[in-house]
Design a protein around this ligand. Sequence first.
Ligand code: IPM
Ligand code: MG
Length: 364
Amino acid sequence: MQFNIAALLGDGVGPEVATEAMRVLEALGKKFGHKFQFHHGLVGGAAIDAHGVALTEETLKLCQSCDAVLLGAVGGPKWDDPRAKVRPEDGLLALRKELELFANLRPVKVLPMLVNSTSLKPDVIKDVDLMVVRELTGGLYFGQPKKQWRTSEGRRAVDSMVYSEQEIERIVRVGFEIALTRSNKLTSVDKANVLESSRLWRQVTTEVAVDYPDVELDHMLVDACSMRLIQRPAQFDVVVTENTFGDILTDEASMLAGSMGMLPSASLAGIPKAGSKALGLYEPIHGSAPSRAGQDIANPIATILSAAMMLRYSFNLIAEAEAVEKAVVAVLEEGNRTYDIMDEGKTKVGTKEMGRLIAEKITG
Ligand code: IPM
Ligand code: MG
């Protein structure tokens, strides 16, 4: 089978980690007889430098015409002026919005060989295997009004946390559907004791729950959730939450897995029906890490595991996705580590070497 992938490498370490994910996909193609065709497009700071906008029409069209999008990372100090008219992040946000990728899946799995690479006690994190379902096209990121202005008393700014019941319902359904494929447990995270949008979120979630009698639903406030995530993270299975809460909680949750460099993500327009294919965007949860760029040190595993999610969710290639995940585990088991997960007695490897080792494991 031939698959067309829009490759938006982006800024900072983005190109380095995405190149390794492409290397792994190519190895996989050889092994399983698929052709992965990469079509390059600009996004983020790279697009601002070339065209003055963070996402060009051309790149958007490219993504729409492909079977999936692989994205490295966007952003960097060069484009960070708070007064700038356009920011690299705008490109990523526009892509998510234009492609209607409202469901962001962020699995957090602690691999046994990395329990000592985290700052938490091995006992606390050892059984962690959870999935955060983050709403990705609503809330504070997109709500209007959103602006800064001057008044006679000084400057003011507003962001709006806006949700319609349809937006809540569709993401919560994704949460329930995923819970059905796991341990039938769903935690909906909100701030219903303070925020009106969270009260609507809680109502809609409770209404949708009627359709999923086999799933045990509980509601948790976001502040309590952030505490529980490091106190007793193994209690969670599937967590569904709005955009900003999901952004913050997943950076926190990445520390359970040892490093931001380990966490993949899939952004989808809903759960693909069994056996069907659907456009999705796949990217590590980490940013462009400008201070690590160009040194061949960044951990490519988050992006490689994002490619595995692409195989699973956009291409319905389940055995192939598992082959990638197994290769990652095997290479780590052999003691290979990038700097971010380095531990005593292990072998330190760079970005390219990590990608090469994983690709080699696949081709055998
Ligand atoms: C993420 C990132 C993005 C977000 C940034 C780069 C806009 O932090 O994917 O988690 O906030 O969604
Ligand atoms: Mg984030």
